[in-house]
Design a protein around this ligand. Structure first.
Ligand code: GLN
Length: 275
């Protein structure tokens, strides 16, 4: 079978199963399998695929038809322009989570004297793959960064990403801030905030439920995080939270009752400063 033939057949199968980007998915799977960039496929459509690669590509196509996310099939996902390893132990980095990084950059202008930043501790709660905390460290190397997650398996992936980027960051198994021994100056948190009753895509079934769902309309962990941050964050410290757009007003008023002022907002992110 040639590259073009495989792509046509795989695209048709995915299209019949109502996938939204069948051709792209097929190309990503085949390119990953034969270890070439996607552009190679376009230039070598007539080349035949060896049998072993065909078998692997077919198996991956079956996974995709079961709605396994592409990122889990190929083992990585882009975040803020960099490639992070992922596994089913971690939530797949979302483009909307880049808002936390953008907000951090707005609230921490690089014109600040270095000494000001150098002594600061940043912690990423519920780090998963580590994409948010590691990106923060790459953007602000002066910060001392801690990556927390309640899942040891998740931290194994975060540690793999730490090594891959050659950054310095501490990983700690911790339920929110419970086992973090310091007073943070900056807290970034993309916690589970989905309510189980919300309509959701079949792909979410393959992601870790403990990274997605929370009781109390999805707000239980966000509220606990605010309560802990009220006690632990240094005065003037920053708490940047991701949540659903519909939750941001409720979060702002809860935070206001817990010594926080809203200082920034985007569609999926709220920035709070400790009074
Ligand atoms: N935004 C994600 C979604 O739509 C949820 C991420 C999260 O719960 N932290 O699935």
């Amino acid at each position: 079978m040639t590259i073009l033939e495989w792509l046509k057949a795989a695209t048709n199968e995915l299209a019949d199963a109502m996938f939204t980007s069948p051709r792209l998915d097929a190309e990503i799977i085949l390119a990953h399998t034969i270890k070439h960039p996607r552009t190679y496929l376009h230039a070598h459509g007539d080349e035949s695929i060896d049998e072993r690669h065909q078998e692997i590509a077919n198996a991956r196509l079956e996974l995709r038809k079961d709605h396994v996310p592409i990122a889990y099939i190929i083992g990585h996902k882009e975040f803020y322009g960099r490639r992070f390893f992922v596994s089913p132990a971690v939530l797949i980095p979302r483009p909307e989570s880049e808002q936390i990084i953008e907000m951090l950059k707005t609230l921490m202008p690089s014109t600040k004297p270095l000494g000001d930043i150098a002594s600061k501790r940043l912690v990423d709660i519920g780090t998963g793959s580590g994409c948010i905390g590691i990106t923060a460290k790459l953007e602000f190397p002066e910060l001392s960064v801690g990556l927390l997650d309640s899942s040891r398996h998740a931290l194994t992936i975060a540690e793999k990403n730490i090594r891959n980027f050659g950054v310095e960051a501490e990983t700690i198994v911790s339920d929110l801030l419970d086992s973090y021994p310091y007073s943070p100056d900056i807290v970034l948190a993309n916690l589970p905030y989905v309510d189980e009753s919300w309509e959701r895509s079949p792909e979410l079934a393959h992601e870790p439920a403990e990274a997605l769902y929370a009781p109390n309309n999805g707000l239980a962990l966000v509220y606990r995080c605010i309560e802990q941050s009220q006690k632990r964050l240094t005065s003037g410290g920053l708490l940047l939270l991701e949540a659903d757009t519909r939750q941001l007003d409720a979060i702002a008023s809860f935070a206001n009752q817990h010594e926080f002022n809203e200082v920034a907002r985007d569609s999926f992110t709220i920035g709070l400063s400790k009074r």
